[in-house]
Design a protein around this ligand. Structure first.
Ligand SMILES: Cc1cc2nc3c(=O)[nH]c(=O)nc-3n(C[C@H](O)[C@H](O)[C@H](O)COP(=O)(O)OP(=O)(O)OC[C@H]3O[C@@H](n4cnc5c(N)ncnc54)[C@H](O)[C@@H]3O)c2cc1C
Length: 372
């Protein structure tokens, strides 16, 4: 990691799977100067996951046959191999990321938050507590976990966010979860499995989404198995309505739904209502799409600031969502190639990512439907 007046070819902000994965692809381009800064520790988001939470996407070491472990960030690695676990906890996955960083010698400066970013003629100036860093290209890989979206209901302050450890603490009696997609059903099943009676409310009934092969739009198999087991207990109720307001009534809470019904529960409702793009200090350097997600060109670059790339689950192209690791890792080598070519380097080594099924340049091929 260099400091001014030297200007790096690339700086990556964030040491989660997106930041580490992109840095590993940059490292394959010989002669590039680059570094990663991280405000916490490597894999901080996974260290912050509630301890009960595990991955939805299974790990399996299919690497030798061209089916690279779904949660790997480098073609020659596999969390299933190094951890011996298929559905990792956050702590386990952070350990995998640390081992990858160590093995490949990725230059990561932890405890270093990017607090402000300015676009300059020759690149970007990033402010952090250790002083400014200059880079010709910048990769934002800050993730979205730090920007949970609160439900738009009166009394939202009475709810616990699903990302908070207190939402996972045992709940006796009647509980309620707002949001019925992966995170909501995950925490609802968690409480049903421990004996609570749980109601999940969501007007868009995501548990019914049954068409299309894209896991970004239908529940993961693991979630469907857990959902059906939870329904069989008779302690899980799914309601196709949104919460409208939350009120406290003595020791109880009353949630009014937009269909006029009221539900009385024994503990604070849980909000599992999604995440925003979490752009932090680069927010002003991205234009927004109509749906609020960052507007990107075909190379995952800001349409406002050339040289500023986005890596991670906030990538959207048309109707395609890149919200799983196996999806957004398709762009690590693509971004590294653009940066490498601009710096006049040989980018041939990145073809190894394509051979491992970890590089997609042509996004028109991603919408395939499975026949059965
Ligand atoms: C609850 C939940 C469950 C999920 N389960 C799965 C799953 O099973 N499988 C899957 O493939 N995906 C899953 N995802 C998708 C998830 O988004 C990714 O797995 C992953 O966390 C995204 O990686 P990332 O590197 O973009 O972000 P993160 O892992 O969040 O990493 C971002 C890093 O950037 C750092 N950072 C942020 N701002 C700054 C700053 N200003 N300066 C310096 N550093 C900064 C953070 O500290 C953090 O370490 C899940 C997501 C959530 C929220």
């Amino acid at each position: 990691m260099s400091t001014p007046p030297q200007i790096l070819d690339a700086l990556v902000i964030g040491a989660g799977p997106a930041g580490i994965g992109t840095a590993l692809a940059l490292a394959a381009v010989e002669g590039l100067t680059f570094g990663v800064i991280e405000r916490g520790q490597i894999g901080q988001t996974f260290l912050d996951w509630p301890t009960e939470q595990t991955f939805l996407t299974p790990s399996f070491t299919g690497n030798g046959f061209g089916a690279t472990d779904l949660n790997a960030v480098h073609p020659e690695t596999s969390p299933a191999f190094s951890l011996g676990v298929d559905y990792q906890t956050g702590g386990q996955y952070a350990k995998y990321l640390r081992s990858v960083v160590k093995h490949f010698g990725v230059p990561v400066l932890d405890g270093t938050e990017a607090t402000a970013v300015t676009a300059r003629e020759d690149g970007f100036e990033v402010q952090c507590a250790r002083g400014p860093v200059l880079a010709r290209s910048l990769v934002w890989a800050g993730g979205e976990f730090h920007q949970p979206l609160e439900p738009r209901v009166a009394g939202t302050g009475l709810a616990d966010l699903a990302r908070a450890p207190e939402a996972w603490e045992p709940r006796t009696g009647r509980a309620l979860v707002m949001g019925g997609y992966e995170s909501g059903l995950d925490i609802a099943c968690h409480h049903v499995e421990r004996g609570a009676h749980v109601t999940v409310v969501d007007g868009s009934t995501p548990w019914d989404a049954g068409t299309g092969s894209d896991p970004s739009f239908r529940l993961a198999p693991r979630s469907r198995v857990r959902l059906s087991a939870a329904l069989e207990t008779g302690r899980l109720t799914l309601i196709g309505a949104h919460a409208g307001s939350i009120k406290r009534d003595g020791d109880e809470f009353v949630v009014r739904l937009d269909d006029g019904n009221r539900i009385r529960i024994d503990s604070r409702p849980i909000a599992a209502t999604g995440y925003g793009p979490g752009l932090g200090p680069v927010e002003g350097l991205f234009a927004q799409r109509a749906d609020g997600w960052p507007d990107l060109d075909k190379d995952d670059q800001s349409t406002l600031a050339s040289g500023l790339f986005l890596s991670g689950p906030a990538i959207r192209h048309g109707g395609l969502k890149f919200c799983f690791i196996y999806k957004f890792r398709q762009r690590f080598a693509h971004i590294a190639r653009i940066i490498g070519e601009r710096a006049g380097k040989d980018v041939g080594a990145l073809e190894a990512w394509r051979a491992a099924g970890m590089l997609t340049d042509d996004l028109s091929c991603c919408g395939v439907e499975c026949a059965c």
